[in-house]
Design a protein around this ligand. Structure first.
Ligand code: AMP
Ligand code: ZN
Ligand code: FE
Ligand code: FE
Length: 279
């Protein structure tokens, strides 16, 4: 049926979203989505709770994650789908990211301190209820203290790339991230490629062993979509899409505003079942 829609990119409160996994699934059902993947930053901790809830609602949930990677000092986000939930390789990458984030957050807080802005690690951790803690939580702490008047302002003035509070953290390469997703029997997808600033990085990404590109993304124009769809098709890569919904932390992005159809979802969903014999 043509009304099948699955959103393959959103965040829960296990990273920097504001909805619980159950709330995301409820919202997906209310939005008439037939499938969903929750892609938290650098963690798969949502999945125990998320699969229990999805099962109780007979809802098609696909496992996913959004890894922060780096290519020659430029950040690149890589989505992983349909991996083995028990993969040690994936678990150990998530753990490395957890440690990387603590160290990076400390450095960002030191940068802010040099500017006379005092925020403690505890203050930012209290903004992240369950998992991956990062710049959005620092932005929330700055907002709470009245140092900025919006999350956007926090990124524009202090936390965005190149701004005085910014720190990239220990880089984990694109090659290694793709290799680990594949070791975990997952599919590696280049996330929101239009957000990559350097054209040399984009060209390098198109030579990497990805399985797909996120071609449907919130606020893409039809012209932008076509460019990436053509590039994916030439490479026989999967064309994926999703809203990058974050709940109240990014109110302009709406769950289900970008999506894939039945064929793509079923391709990934059957791979997920192959990788996870318990489902
Ligand atoms: P981190 O993973 O700590 O580097 O934080 C990156 C996340 O911050 C992104 O995935 C977005 O959710 C959020 N973010 C990045 N830039 C902005 C911005 N200008 N305004 C609001 N949120 C942003
Ligand atoms: Zn995010
Ligand atoms: Fe991203
Ligand atoms: Fe995202």
């Amino acid at each position: 049926m043509s009304d099948f829609r699955a959103d393959l990119h959103c965040h829960s409160l296990f990273s920097d979203g504001t909805d619980s996994p159950a709330e995301l699934i409820e919202r997906a059902i209310e939005s008439n989505l037939s499938g969903l993947s929750i892609t938290d930053h650098d963690t798969i901790a949502c999945y125990e709770e998320a699969f229990n809830y999805a099962k109780s609602k007979n809802f098609a949930l696909l496992n996913g994650v959004e890894f922060s990677a780096s290519y020659r000092n430029e950040p690149v986000h890589i989505l992983g789908y349909a991996f083995d939930l028990k993969s040690e390789a994936i678990a150990s990458l998530c753990l490395r990211h957890k440690e990387r984030r603590v160290e990076r957050n400390c450095r960002i807080l030191e940068n802010l301190k040099k500017m006379g802005i005092e925020i403690s690690l505890e203050e930012i951790q209290s903004q992240s209820s369950r998992g991956s803690c990062g710049r959005p939580h620092i932005a929330l702490a700055l907002l709470k203290k009245g140092i900025v008047s919006s999350i956007q302002e926090a990124f524009e003035r202090l936390l965005g790339e190149g701004k005085p509070g910014y720190d990239p953290g220990q880089p984990i390469s694109v090659d290694e991230t793709i290799a680990i997703i594949k070791q975990g029997r997952g599919k590696a997808v280049l996330a929101h490629p239009h957000l990559i600033k350097r054209s040399t990085t984009v060209r390098a990404m198109l030579q990497m062993p990805f399985d797909g590109i996120e071609c449907y993304y919130a606020r893409f124009t039809a012209g932008q979509e076509k460019k990436w769809i053509d590039l994916a098709t030439q490479r026989k890569w999967i064309v994926t899409g999703g809203s990058d919904y974050h709940g109240a932390n990014k109110p302009y992005s709406v769950l289900g505003s970008s999506w894939v159809g039945r064929e793509t979802f079923e391709l990934l969903y059957s791979h997920f079942k192959d990788s996870n014999s318990q489902f």
